[in-house]
Design a binder for this molecule. Sequence first.
Ligand code: BGC
Length: 727
Amino acid sequence: MEWNAKWIKPSWETESKAPLFAKCFQTGKPVQSAILRMTGMGVYEAAINGTRISKDVLAPGWTSYHKRLQVQTYNVTDMIGDKNELTVLLGCGWYRSHLMCWNDGNIQTELVKKPAGITAELTLTYADGTEEIVCTDESWTVSESQVRFSELYDGEVVDATFVPQEITSAVCFDGPTETLIPQEGEPIREQERICAVRMITTPKGERVIDFGQELTGFLEVKLSAKKGEVVDISFAEVLDKDGNFYTENYRGAKCLYRYTCRDGQQTHKTKLTFYGFRYIRINQFPGGTENADISCFTGIAVHSQMKRTGHIHTSDSTLNQLVSNIIWGQKSNFVDVPTDCPQRDERFGWTGDAQVFARTACLNYDAERFFAKWLNDLAADQREAGYVGSVIPDVLTSVNEHGTASSAWGDAAVIVPWEVYRAYGDVGLLRRQFPSMRKWVDYIGTITATPDLWTGCWHYADWLGLDAPSGSYKGSSREDFIASAFYANSTALLIKAGKALGEDMTAYEHLHKRIVAAFRKAYPEYLTQTECILAVHFHLAEDLQKTADQLAHMVREAGVQLKTGFVGTPYILHVLSDYGHTDLAYELLLRREYPSWLYPISKGATTIWEHWDGIMQDGGFWSADMNSFNHYAYGSVADWMYGVAAGIQVCEDAPGYGKIRIHPHPTDKLDWFEASIETRHGLVSSKWSKTMAGAWRYEIVTPVQTDIQLNGKTCTVPAGSYIFHQE
Ligand code: BGC
């Protein structure tokens, strides 16, 4: 985009301190409009005459900075007076924080060395028709600020008594201009205020506050203090077996919160970093930790602005809690980028996790704009040869010692755009992503050791599958099997996408046929639950029914237990219910014992866990080094609840719910079940309940022509509300 303003930075090394930039200007005549456009290398908070210019936080968000940096536009007309001061506070944010890397020499290592820079242009249009532009240049000043330290993983240290010794002129430097793009994603905002629910004194004697809900965001403290007194807080997701505060699973993320008070009544909240937490420990508080009270603290949930579109309610309160956990998993991990987790030293846009959860995400919320921006980063970071990194923004690229991309992770390049298109029907998004989708499928053909399969490469496999050999994170399903199955699936989706765009897909149709044939020859039998699931769900098995029956048998033999990880779990219930094992699917969904979706709730979970056994049955932890309690991936089960239990399905020939199919699957295990989705065409809802006489009653509301399938029969109805009964 066209950009005229200069980049400015402080003349001194900021390290992890947040500099405060300032510019005073006068108007002298009536202002008709004032438009501020700006961005920074870090995350900024801008104010005019002491008032924040917008509700946005953590701007400019996270993109593949070396290729794309978003510029925000604010209408600040109402804030301009005669004499004005524009100030900008800049923290390290995603740009300049030390993010976890597994090796030296990656992109982030370069980014952290960049200066704390901002660039801004304020266009003042006067009532007399004249225009004036206030740009960042050496007339701006910079000082140190009260934010003495701020990093993404390591938290924030603020000293309200700090007064800068020196105010110096800003220095202009050659910052990026060719990478500037207008804001694409949803803005990040404070969304909900969460009150603390109880104060605990742990067996170790520590004062701990429970917010009753795991969340991602800020912490606000309100108190009366004397100048120089300190509030020092630590964060945790869970308490350990003995009820003590547990932080080991944050690994290298320090998550500091240290606030030095000024005199009197005051409120402080962090703003240039975020935390993932349910509990806080009061390490230090004015007058002693016993002085801290739950009313002093408020948790503030922060995430990308997205409209809630999907709701599920059922007669089972534990299942309702699961739905709540899934929603909170999404809120917590949709802070500009779809992340694995919001707390430990990762918080990356893991592609595998995103593709697993994309369908559910687009049902729960209107996530179109959110994903559209991330997909642009994916395409930007995709290498010429088609390689797609494990995380987007791909800050880890140069540390992937395996050289090739992982199946099910890189496949996000095809699956995510397809899911977003399926949910919202915008062919424009598909068109934009199509070259990247195609490049991905072509890429597999160039790296495989066996033509028409995907063999001989390194993969994350059925990550965290419960059938993993001891000491491994990878479930025991064969890696080449999974990779080849995803090769087939991505090719099949690419063909659908191409056809929707009017492309000639003949060559890919031939390729798909060859993959299926090669797959059947190479894998005549299926050794694990996940292998059965993929063979059926991706339509690879010669006998789909027999393979689904084999899966049902394996699940029953295991004592109605799933053994699946990231790859098999999203589809297991679909495969069962698609081939006549709906009862078993419900048994898995409603199972309360370990391993199951509801087991974590018996251990107090308020978000989805990374591991089925994050907290084991004896109360101990699965591990200290990789144990997040806020990982949305397994929350992908919600798409089965919307699409099969309530039975609301989008017709693929009319994406975006232009035409709907409703095929509810009631179960005696529940009294009633209701789901609704606010689609682009209006609200669709489906509820089933058992009447006193023991019959099923169905209440359906649909905004478009709909095929309703009940009792093995299908009827087509126009938009409207309907009630059916079935013995
Ligand atoms: C992340 C995952 C991710 C994985 C890659 C983990 O550390 O938290 O969710 O997909 O690595 O296998």
